[in-house]
Each structure stands twice: as structure tokens, then as C-alpha cells.
Design a protein around this ligand. Sequence first.
Ligand SMILES: NC(=O)c1ccc[n+]([C@@H]2O[C@H](COP(=O)([O-])OP(=O)(O)OC[C@H]3O[C@@H](n4cnc5c(N)ncnc54)[C@H](O)[C@@H]3O)[C@@H](O)[C@H]2O)c1
Length: 334
Amino acid sequence: MKNCKNILITGGAGFIGAHFLNQMVPKNSDTNFINIDILSYASDLNRLKKIESLPNYKFFQVDICDKEKVIEIFQKYSIDGLINFAAESHVDNSILNPNSFIKTNVNGTLNLLNISYDFWMKSPFNYKPEFKNARFHQISTDEVYGSIEKGSFDEYSRYNPSSPYSSSKASADLIVSSFNKTYGLNTTISLSSNNFGLNQNSEKFIPVVISSIINNYPIPVYGDGKNIRDWISVKENCNAINLIFNNGVSGESYNIGGGNELANLDLINLTYRLIKKYSKEKIDDLKIDFIDDRFGHDKRYSINSSKLYQKLNWDYNNSIFQKNFEQFIYNSVN
Ligand SMILES: NC(=O)c1ccc[n+]([C@@H]2O[C@H](COP(=O)([O-])OP(=O)(O)OC[C@H]3O[C@@H](n4cnc5c(N)ncnc54)[C@H](O)[C@@H]3O)[C@@H](O)[C@H]2O)c1
């Protein structure tokens, strides 16, 4: 890591945070990664087996809303960088229970911002010399922009979230920006499209599709299945997050799009074809169970990532999708 030596990773036992740690901890032996996670239902410490005994990695079960415990970690490890992956992340759960989304995603982020400001800065726009490069990076989502029929959102598009989940993420982003504008806190935000990869929580769309196909169950699909999502492999997203954390300009946001928009039914068909190709088990004909549409279901997400290519020389090529997705399905069934 370029500027930060003791990085606090929040939510690192979750899907994306764990991939990030597995990618970054072994290849940055001069940087300490301190992972705090509340260990909610969505977490799994087994995702971190490969790195758990490395000397530059530590884990603590801590809630990001817990002021005293987070301060203790900042002090003990002299934290000089933070990447906030921790979140309640499942849209359906947010429709059933918005409160826990506001608590973790909004209040939890505010708590981390307050602690970072107090620990790194003497007063607004005045960093303590030993923390002059300290940075707060917020992990956000393309869902904050809401749905778009044609074209794509860029970083200057209006936030227009639909679900309690995306509203809570949008709120957190605005508070992060306010700490940059009001106090001069060094912040960056990355907004990625949907991630796919191994070890995702079983409640998410692709794991549901894979397990339904393998077990010969009907796949539950909201509405007409024509909702469009953009997909990126979790590994590519983590590389982009790393690029932004290290080289992004303070106060800026960067979209991380996969450049692979697919209607849910097309993604199901692709997944089915690949499972049939690679599975050693007998796979029945595809069965789909169209269910009542999700309330407030966004029709299409689309983001423009030109800024990341142009300003930070992102070297991602979206034609890698087919290969990445095929490898992912192969690994999932073997
Ligand atoms: N998965 C995607 O496709 C996707 C796309 C764009 C953005 N994001 C964002 O990326 C981040 C990570 O997503 P994910 O898919 O890995 O989510 P996840 O649900 O798999 O993991 C979230 C992790 O955060 C932890 N956590 C929850 N509340 C906490 C709290 N109060 N204190 C400490 N830890 C807490 C959980 O225990 C879990 O380990 C989230 O901020 C999410 O909004 C995800």
C-alpha cells in the first residue's frame, strides 16, 4: 500500500471484504491489515483461512457502531487508513427491516468518520503530521443512482435510490462527502456494480441461481426477469478499490462498472449452460418460478466508469467477463 501502513478493514469477514483481504494481505507484507467485523449472519471467518495466521493480519469481533471499541483499535494499531466494507447488504432484508440498515450503514459510517477525524486531525483541514496521508475509503454501490432506462450514470449524476438499502448507502456517501468538504478529511468513495465470485452469501441472486440449478429446484425470479444488472468479478472490483484507495483524489468518487449488463433471465441461461457444461452431476431442464416483483424493484442499473480509466489508468477490459464467469462457475461446481 502506498501511503497507509496500518489499515482498518471493516466487514472483512463478508463476501467482498474477505476477497479484498485474501488478495491484499499476502502481497503487502509491509502493511498491517486489521479486520473488524460484527460477525453477522452474512459473515464467515472461513473465508479468511488462507491469511489468518499471517503476521500482518489481525481480526477482532467489533461492531462499527461501538465507539469505545473502535477507538481502542485505532489507538492500539495507530490506524492510518480505513476501508469501510461493513454493511447490511441485502435489499430484500432492507425492505423487511430498514432499521438495522440505517444503524449500520448510516450511523456506523458516521461513527467511523468521527473517530477518524478525531484520531487523524487537529482541527478542520489540519492533519496531525504523523497522519498527513491518512485516508478514509467508503465502499458504495451503483444502486445509489437508482434505475436508468437508457444511458449510464456518471459520478456527477443525482443520487436517486429506491430501496432502504440503497438509501442507507446513499446517505452514508453524502455524510462521507460532507466530512471531506467541511473538515477536509481525506476521503474517497467507490461505487461498484454487482459482484460475482466464490463464497458469496447464499441469499444473493447468483448463489440462489446456482444452488437451484444444481439441486434441480425452480429458480425464483422476480417479475418478468427482465431487470438488468451490470456484473463484475469480485477480484476485479477489489483491484479497482485498491487502485482508488492508493491513487484516488481526496473528495472524489469513482464508479467501478463491469461493462457487462445482463437481464436476469439471460444471466440465468448463461449460468445454466455453464453448469451443464462443467457439472459431473445430472442437471435437469431449467425451471423458473416467476414470483411477485420486489417492491420498488429497479429496472436497470448502468454506470459509466470512464473516470476510473482516464484519471487512474484502470486497466480493466470488460471482455474478460466471459472467461471470469466461466471460471467462477467451473470452480463453483467442482
Ligand atoms: N455484493 C455486491 O455485489 C456489492 C455491490 C456493490 C457494493 N457492495 C457493497 O460492498 C460492501 C460489502 O458487500 P458484501 O457483498 O461483501 O456484503 P456482505 O453482507 O457479504 O458482508 C458484510 C459484512 O459486514 C459485516 N457487518 C455488518 N454489520 C456490521 C457492523 N455493524 N459492524 C461490523 N461489521 C458489520 C457483516 O458481518 C459481514 O461480514 C457493502 O458495503 C456493500 O454495500 C456490494
